[in-house]
Ligand binder design. Sequence first.
Ligand code: 3HC
Length: 392
Amino acid sequence: MEKAVVVGAGAMGHGIAQLLAMAGFETWLVDVKEEILDKALNQVRWSLGKLVEKGRVREEEAKKVLERMKTTVNLEDAVRDAKVVVEAVPENLELKKQVFGRLGKATQPNTLLATNTSSLSITEISKAVEKPERVVGMHFFNPPVLMPLVEVVKGEYTSDEVAGFAMDLARRMGKTPILVRKDVRGFIVNRILISMFTEVCLAVCRGEATIEVVDAAVKYKAGLPMGAFELADYIGLDVAYNISKVMEEAYGERAKVCPELEKLVKEGKLGQKTGKGFYDWSVGYPRIPFKLADKYDVWRIYVVSVNEASWLLKEDVATPQDIDTAIKLGTSWVQGPCELGDELGLDLVLSRLRELHMKYKEEIYKPCPLLEEYVGRGWLGRKTKRGFYIYE
Ligand code: 3HC
């Protein structure tokens, strides 16, 4: 049986390990403490139980999956004969480089080394390994067992063969891979999510809306599966904060860290996993009142996400199709930002951005030059049969 190893047994790590075991690999989960590994295996048992309950996996198969899963605190021993290693330790560049330094020495020269980083530079991480061409980004979405997307990210040194292997591996794990053409911070999905989060944080910080008001509008008017603050709590505020810091460093004022998020993280309130975050999770999932949905204008999150998609296109990170697929599969939005922009009308999106920029002087509303160019050419979306897409 081929061997796979996942380093880091947190929310993402144990889910990725479960997927590898479900794909037939003998899968070793590595972390620094036995207690963490025991907890991770319990979560895998729970998840497999759910999949059996829903008829997605047969009981005998679930047993075999568990038999294929092993745990250890000894990284070097685990990876020695592995075909694939996926790193899922916390989002800290120095820590990741340390782990990759050890992986580079302890693995066979042809072992695939993937990082599940949400936002950090694949190129930087790969520099810790003697043969950086075998390092690739494989960014999974929370919860990895249910979310169908993997962003496969090539660093500067990643070979085409390794990127192709990562794409095949994602497919073998039952996922749809999207190749991210450039190693930009936040890749595709987190760029769009952070633009939305920056806007809603500004709205709350300016006192224009409460967290519940925003989330009611996001859920019931925009039709997203979770409110923006609810989602941040769900993925973990420490995770959201680390991503935000990387994004702020890369994009400056356009991706300012939300002060409320920073405050909660400093207080140790990390969302669902600690019972408190933007919401109180000790009583279960937040109850977001439907009646508040009209008190925040969801056009504001629409226009910032269409604007961010324009930046991704301008930087040639992905095609409109790949941006839309990534958002739909990675976050369960019904429409991707390029489809949405074309439907709303790019001229209306642009004029709303200009209005918001004039009023608030915030970078997040500054229109992307590509959007201005499209509108200038009369490419306004569906209504002119040309926008991000061409319509027959
Ligand atoms: N394994 C198996 N089953 C699971 C599971 C897991 N890991 N996690 C949840 N389930 C179960 C639930 O318990 C539930 O079972 P139940 O019906 O018996 O209670 C079932 O799956 C489905 O749950 P729901 O009925 O709540 O179904 P939903 O339709 O609401 O789906 C969801 C849940 C898929 C999480 C949906 O709410 C969703 O898509 N939310 C958005 C998530 C998202 O955006 N993720 C990406 C975040 S960004 C990210 O990860 C990037 C990173 O870099 C931060």
